[in-house]
Design a protein around this ligand. Sequence first.
Ligand code: BES
Ligand code: MN
Ligand code: ZN
Length: 514
Amino acid sequence: MIQTRVVTDQPWEVPADVLAVPIVGAPSFTGPLDELDRRTDGELRALAAFGELGSKRYEATLAAAGDLPVSRILVVAAGPAESLDRETVVRLGATIERRLGGRSVRRLAIWLGDLPAHLEASGSNGAGSVGAALVAELLARGVVEGSYEPQAIYRDSVDDAPPAIDELTIVAPGADKAALNRAMERGRIFAEGANVARTLSNRASNDLDPIGLADEARAIAERNDLWIDVIEPDRARELGMGMFLAVGRGSDNPPRMIVMRSGGEGEKDARGRHLAIIGKGVCFDSGGISLKNPDRMEEMKMDKTGAATVIAAIETVARLAPGTPLLAVAPAVENMPGPHSTRPGDVVRALNGKVVEVNNTDAEGRLILGDAMTYAERLGATHLVDVATLTGAVARALGELVTGMFGTPQDWVGEVDSAAARAGERLWQIPLVEEYMNEMDSWYADFLNSSPVGEGSLVKSGLFLRQFAAVPWVHLDIGGTGYFRKSKPYAPRGSNGVTHATLVELALAGARPS
Ligand code: BES
Ligand code: MN
Ligand code: ZN
């Protein structure tokens, strides 16, 4: 278990195994950095002169510690000041932790250095006095996220695993200790939630099917005193969840609609909302009868990332502000071909009464989400946010670093956007061009689940979901951002927890002051 603490001493006074020193821009050896260099017998200046102190963001160099009360110094490049934002600070924390992979480090100290000043200057944060606390929170979150090792899920031992830190110390000369301690605790809890989401997402489909995911949700509900209801196929049929059942029927592993809540039924939060977060839980997406190409099909075990994210997020909210009204709905299915599968051309009735022709069984996420949205509205939700690995198209449009956002009305989109800014996550809005809906016209039904015209398929995925939004709604497509295909300095390959922090910030905006 990681203990977090704050010291207000100078960085050269703090005993630890490793002292991490973030440098914004190119190093300038003045002030405290000059003093650190002096106490390392000029090691830092010498490394810089030799060209060893890279200043590319997330480059990290281990240096000898001279007379300092630590074994090593880790100089980590924060990159250009202009683009330093909250996400960068989280990733710096994670980079520090991951750069120490395979090393024996129990006590890690991180000096804040110039980070608070630059984060404020970059406009990422308004109030000057909270700068150090904010950086402490983001760094703690980063270190704990950085300690996540997906290879440990199934392996007994992992080479170069990030070290198990017993004590993480933030070195913040002159700061308000109590405020920074609270901030670090908040950062740790955010990160632990993201890591819960990552494990649920990374787990293999033979290890985590819809029933298994519902069991995990139940365990989380029990340990956080949350209400939970798991809807099985018989009840889903009585309710009329035709789209949800159409996807689930192809697999021997039956579907589950997972519904969790903190606070009372329909209870409004401090912002007058009953917020529902809804996550796509496709425990494996083979495409169904519209079978996918085998290339990288193994990634489709992570098609449950949205569900993993909302299940983890409601736990994080419960830990930080118990009783805050919040609903989480996670439709969990396996999309498989088989004798019972939905076929292209099948016509199903959604929970909201709309009739849909399933012309492509690989456009399954929108089917299960549509019924989950309607169900959330039935339970009194006044505002919806869904998270889904919905399309490959969003990855082509925005890549692996920016999540696609859709929604209506615009002020609700704005609120989600602000929550993402607070959380240090990047979103970009995609327009819902209503005219494109014509291309999903169906001869037999109200509309198709997928357009035969490929152009604009990203917009159309949002337009489809919009048919099930009777209240303010935002859709976050993490098809590009949900998991990394290659390791980064700040994250291993696999699921990365994206949008967890945004959902938590959004829900906490409705928490009552404690
Ligand atoms: N889960 C996939 C989307 C996906 C693919 C996410 C690759 C991440 C990586 C989704 O169910 C899907 O198959 N979408 C189709 C939609 C199409 C059939 C309209 C797609 O993106 O090709
Ligand atoms: Mn699919
Ligand atoms: Zn899918």
